[in-house]
Design a protein around this ligand. Structure first.
Ligand code: MRU
Length: 377
């Protein structure tokens, strides 16, 4: 079975509810941009590429099922208003803003065409949104291939045959249209028989690592071990057969022009640990995540999420022996009344990053330590 976070056919969209994983695999129907906005905000769907694609396709579905005004200008305004609304769902991942910008342009161009009407604008919009879904999978496969080749060529363990890697958060099929970015690199290493072992971090507070990445690794039967975020330093100190870490590969929500990278909270600490331990630190992301208009990490807006995501955990009842999937409970794991800071992302300075893996190749810094990300466009 192929893991699919997004199921789409013309006029129909379903998303795998990631709040219920790994214990239940349930799909939610998305009928409109309002449905998508809520699914993204509540993180029933998440991951930078998936957010953008779900938003784009939700509006395609809404357009496919509605009675369109025949006046081109009215359809154009309707689409643009919905896009402006969708982009407000989550602020940090630039893929959504990038998709909105491209879809807006396509809509405006379609409206300017001679003889344009509601139907022709709808067709142009839907075709562009559907292309985003298709392109994402092939981009991810290319990221996986370039990343795996780089790791094999640029690490001692890789040159000898097999590497052990750490990854953070979830960047796999669940965060994209399929295959994944950083997890795609691990999938590709495994497919080439060049992966000794994968370690995934729990990724507090939302546990994308233990719930989602672990689920994907088990699903694909990739040799893997789960660690809590605070175990990463100790893991890098170990020099055992599998524990000898060659590299850390993470995804990104926004890569600024200078290479500073916003990604899931905890990424920055892993990058510092990698530097201390002489472990390669790689960011894997499609070019839609690179934002040349954001000069550096200082200009990236970091989303803050509700404190209850830190203080409360939710899951099926477990009496110490058996899991009762029918009863989902929420328990508090913090002292009542404590204040909470819950930034969803942090920024890793470019200085700590060895390479940025894109679908067209791996970008490394020049001799002065500067990334030239404009080269990939
Ligand atoms: O808050 P999330 O789960 O949407 O955060 C996801 C991440 O930080 C991922 O690493 C990033 O979006 C890349 S997914 C290919």
């Amino acid at each position: 079975m192929v893991l699919q976070a997004i199921k789409y056919s013309k006029g129909q969209l379903e998303i795998l509810d990631q709040l219920k994983l790994p214990h239940a695999e349930e799909y939610d129907h998305i009928y409109s941009s309002t449905d998508a906005w809520h699914a993204i905000k509540e993180m029933r769907t998440r991951g930078a590429p998936a957010i953008a694609i779900v938003a784009a396709l939700a509006l395609a579905v809404e357009l496919a099922n509605m009675k369109l005004p025949s006046i081109a200008e009215e359809v154009k305004i309707f689409i643009i208003e919905k896009l402006d609304y969708l982009v407000t769902s989550r602020p940090t991942a630039v893929n959504l803003a990038d998709a909105v910008r491209k879809l807006r342009k396509i809509t405006e161009q379609a409206a300017e065409k001679e003889g344009a009407n509601g139907e022709s604008i709808r067709e142009a919009y839907v075709a562009a949104a559907e292309k985003m879904l298709v392109d994402d999978v092939s981009d991810n496969e290319n990221i996986g291939r370039h990343g795996a080749d780089w790791v094999v060529k640029n690490t001692e363990a890789g040159k000898k045959g097999k590497v052990s890697m750490i990854t953070h958060c979830n960047t796999g099929s669940l965060a994209t249209a399929g295959y994944g970015t950083a997890l795609g690199v691990i999938r590709s290493l495994h497919a080439q028989n060049a992966l000794k072992h994968a370690f995934c971090t729990e990724t507090r507070p939302y546990n994308q690592g233990s719930r989602l990445t672990a689920f994907e690794l088990v699903h694909d039967q990739i040799p893997a071990t789960l660690v809590t975020d605070s175990m990463a330093a100790a893991l890098m100190q170990l020099k055992g057969e599998s524990e000898n870490i060659a590299g850390i590969v993470v995804g990104a929500d926004r890569v600024a022009a200078n290479g500073d990278t916003a990604n899931k909270i905890g990424t920055y600490s892993l990058a510092i640990l990698a530097k201390y331990h002489g472990v390669k630190f790689l960011v894997a992301a499609p070019r839609t995540t690179i934002d040349l208009s954001t000069k550096s990490g200082n200009d990236i807006i970091i989303e803050e999420r509700p404190g209850k995501e830190v203080t409360l955990v939710k899951g099926p009842r477990h009496d110490g022996v058996t899991l009762d999937l029918a009863v989902v409970e929420t328990v508090s794991i913090a002292a009542n009344g404590i204040g909470v800071w819950n930034p969803a992302f942090d920024v890793t300075p470019a200085e700590l990053i060895d390479g940025i893996i894109t679908e067209v190749g791996v970008v490394e810094k020049d001799s002065e330590g500067v990334f030239h990300l404009e080269k990939v466009f």
